[in-house]
Ligand binder design. Sequence first.
Ligand code: APR
Length: 228
Amino acid sequence: MKTIVVLTGAGMSAESGIRTFRDHNGLWHNYRVEDVATPEAWERNPELVLDFYNERRKQVVEANPNAGHKALVQLEKRYRVKIITQNVDDLHERAGSSQVYHLHGEIRKSRSTKDPGLIFPIEGWELKWGDRCPLGSQLRPHIVWFGEAVPAFEGATQIVKEADVLIIIGTSLSVYPAASLLYYADASIPKYYIDPQATPVNDVRNLKVIQKKAGEGVPLLMEELLGE
Ligand code: APR
């Protein structure tokens, strides 16, 4: 059975009503990264950071998987599908994808600030100042902040190396190390880049650019791959 590896970004969830980061009116046009998404921000004003993620988590809880998420699940009828996502929402899982790897964490989980191995589901949408782990430390969002290590990256490179097909969906490819993943794919395998602003990527061979939204482009590509 062939393995299809999918690398998704914020554009994958845009049609589910979840804001991207760098589009017009994106999150980083309304917040400064250094105020809400760095360890220093957490030290300086943890309640502002908690509010930022609570607001986004509320959107995620109220959102639903879109046609793009659902089309990827159909692929599993014929292929082994591994999704590596930069997104912190759980829409791939809620659509039914069985193998999802989060590079930048998961917004519906919290973790101990004393032991990062202690991770907990967040019931509902709020994580509050004073919510503590069993060790008594304040719980923080289970998110990889700018300047923090990306523990899942090493495993993700191995997954991409073994891909027979690579599909990139809804990402500006502007944040590293995530954006470097496509260079770990074998040069000879077919690659697809679905994004309204997708353009060819320097020295990446066999890349087909599909300038469409995920909700339209992903089902079309799935038909092609399932029709083979
Ligand atoms: N369908 C597909 N792609 C879309 C759609 C859509 N409906 N709407 C927007 N896009 C595309 C945009 O064209 C853009 O290329 O989604 C991409 C969003 O880019 P970013 O906002 O930069 O999001 P992303 O690439 O996921 O950012 C990577 O940056 O801030 C960090 O940790 C954060 O994981 C995030 C990382």
